[in-house]
Ligand binder design. Structure first.
Ligand code: FES
Ligand code: FES
Length: 206
């Protein structure tokens, strides 16, 4: 899959584009064939993504998932690729405040919508979100691989009103798997954070 670096005001590095973007070889078209647009021939599309409050524009393969766009094009590697087929929840992010599995979401499908990843959860001054702090306080992780997805789902779980009881939490967090089996402490973290989270309207989330 060809990958084209996004351009944005805060990009931390630029990947040399030349190697992957060699011009398509000239094709001797039939005299009566209308030439296809370059984008149609290459599968590349221009798109705009709003990630953690920043507008990023770029050109990428139309088939690129949101997870690959974040990790491979936008240097946002907090969202993890576990199964890459919608079964583990490690890739969970928010789109317009609702949790989605970014491995099952095409980047082009969320163009112009508000995407929040684990990198965008803390305050601008670096203060952790109450859910992040609660996972630390309650020791809600071991290896940490599932943790970004757990935290993004946990924030949504509280904002959805699905954190009133332990059973509720377990049910509405059931899409996020933890191979380290930190589940009891994840529940404890959500219970700690649920009373400390800012109002939904203040967070701009659901
Ligand atoms: Fe998306 Fe597992 S990586 S659900
Ligand atoms: Fe290791 Fe959850 S903390 S997979």
């Amino acid at each position: 899959m060809d990958r084209t670096p996004f351009e944005g005001p805060s990009r931390r590095h630029v990947i040399g584009a030349a190697a992957g973007l060699a011009a398509a070889p000239a094709v001797a078209a039939a005299a009566d064939a209308a030439p296809a647009p370059p984008s149609a021939k290459s599968g590349q599309v221009d798109m705009t993504l709003n990630v953690n409050g920043q507008t990023r524009r770029g050109t990428m393969d139309v088939r690129t998932t949101l997870l690959d766009a974040l990790r491979d094009h936008l240097d946002q590697t907090g969202s993890k690729k576990g199964c890459d087929q919608g079964q583990c929840g490690a890739c969970t992010v928010h789109v317009d405040g609702e949790r989605v599995l970014s491995c099952l979401t095409l980047a082009v499908a969320v163009e112009g919508r508000r995407i929040t990843t684990i990198e965008g959860l803390a305050d601008a001054d670096g203060s952790l979100h109450p859910m992040q702090q609660a996972f630390i306080d309650q020791d809600g992780f071991q290896c940490g691989y599932c943790t970004p997805g757990q935290i993004m789902s946990a924030v949504a779980c509280v904002n959805e009103g699905h954190a009133a009881s332990d059973d509720d939490i377990r049910e509405y967090m059931s899409g996020n798997l933890c191979r380290c089996a930190a589940y009891p402490k994840i529940v404890a973290a959500i219970k700690q954070a649920r009373g400390r989270m800012p109002a939904k309207s203040q967070m701009g989330q659901v």
